[in-house]
Design a protein around this ligand. Structure first.
Ligand SMILES: [Zn+2]
Length: 154
């Protein structure tokens, strides 16, 4: 359920996507794990292709609030704008909303004895992090992202 006036995605909308399936991506990048290993650092590969999590407070990106966009570290698809970035205090870069619907895919993640919603790049399936319903208004969402999964564009 998205707000048709603003296209703002809310937690209810994410739960509906999980029930009904993810939106179509704008394009697909289906490189093999071997291909990704060639272009990513070992840490980036671990986080994005093996569903890893970087240590909290391990990246300077948490404290970056300059204007610009954040792209998928793997395929370069622009996912977030700095305008939606906020300081969550969690130790991971946090955003309230993606640039557009269809860029991020949502999957129920029951690993580690928790029920969480995993977020992946809808273009190349890179693991980005998780999204939680405890973010600030107006979306109420907190996209808790691994800095290693993103690259800041000027
Ligand atoms: Zn991607």
């Amino acid at each position: 359920m998205t707000d048709t006036a603003t296209d703002l995605l809310t937690w209810a909308g994410i739960l509906e996507i999980i029930r009904n399936g993810n939106p179509l991506p704008p394009r697909r990048d289906e490189r093999s794990p071997a291909d990704w290993r060639e272009v990513l650092t070992p840490d980036q590969f671990y986080v994005t292709r093996q569903h890893g999590t970087e240590r909290a407070f391990s990246s300077a990106m948490c404290a970056v609030f300059e204007p610009g966009r954040y792209a998928c570290a793997c395929c370069g698809t622009e996912l977030f704008d700095a305008q939606s970035k906020f300081d969550s205090g969690s130790g991971w870069p946090s955003f309230t909303q993606a640039i557009a619907p269809g860029l991020i895919a949502y999957t129920l993640d029951t690993s580690h004895g928790m029920q969480r919603v995993e977020t992946t790049c809808n273009v190349c399936d890179a693991h980005l992090g998780h999204v939680f319903p405890d973010g600030p208004a107006p979306s109420g969402l907190r996209y808790c992202m691994n800095a290693l999964a993103l690259k800041k564009l000027a």
